[in-house]
Design a binder for this molecule. Sequence first.
Ligand code: PLP
Length: 347
Amino acid sequence: MKEIDWSKLGFHYTEPDYIIRAAYHDGKWEEPYATQDKYLHLHVSATCLQYGQEAFEGLKAFRGVDGKIRIFRWRENAKRMARSAKGLYMAPVPEELFGKAIRMALEKNIDFLPPYETGATLYFRPLLIGTTPRLGVGPGRDFEFIVIPSPIGPYYPGKFHCTTFVVNRHVDRAAPYGTGQFKVGGNYASSFRATEEAHAQGMDCIFLDAKYHRYIDECSAANFIGIRKPSAVSLQPSEIEYLTPRSSAILPSITNDSLMTLARDKGYKVTRRHIRLEELEEMSEAAACGTACVISPIDKVIDPEHDKIYHLSDQPGPVLTDLYHALKDIQYGRTEDRHGWCEVIEN
Ligand SMILES: Cc1ncc(COP(=O)(O)O)c(C=O)c1O
């Protein structure tokens, strides 16, 4: 076990011992291998550098309450990376190769897997890049798949708390039917102007749909969830509605998919549709959701251009807090994994 103060890690890169690499040439993927070299010997005209032919993923492994290791829903990440690859005209990484590389990254860096009590996890960043040198605009034929592991700290080292979001209308993250549905670097570079501006004010930002600026698309690098209840004290689960945007420009979040399943299990109504910004008035709780935070509850949403503040709840609300714990309990092996989401590794 490494001498690391797990509680102080945050979401920062900690150099692992090994990364995993596999190259694609002449229509074939080679076997993945582990290397301590964290640098690439890359041609200056590689398509990833020239034309942004790059996709990535993010997933976690957890040390459970029973001492076993759980990798959460890696097959979904493999499928999403394959969709991103097709979206950018790259060779998809076969699912079995993806899984093998993740397991290798875990085994070769097992000392970086944080102990259960710390709330820290081992994060994996799979990366796919185009490596063919090209001057003329067009896709490459050679690719490199890399898995970079790094331990990360608990998202909430203190109390589970809320964040304020600000509505952004001057930067569009992704166009309808553009690359927003894929996890590609370009989407993030294009949103930095908006996210950094929000962070400078101690907030996070909400992107609206790029066509009308009317519907909620995403929360920074996370999906949006809203909870609607007919009254403050709702008695029937079926009266609770879990709302999340339907949009061709947002990333299909694996966390959101998992939370929707858990919400259905609890008897809530789950609705995916266009959500107008003004509908925040009718919500009792809202949150951003993603692998890093699971759920990041929202206390208020500020719309500066319309001089409007939508108040949600000052403290994380009961429905989202319950869903947050339900998902974390599965990831840490504290409850039955009824949907078979975790690959369990005895170690
Ligand atoms: C733009 C964007 N939306 C949503 C998500 C949440 O996706 P997931 O739950 O699969 O981490 C992420 C994080 O990966 C993201 O970058």
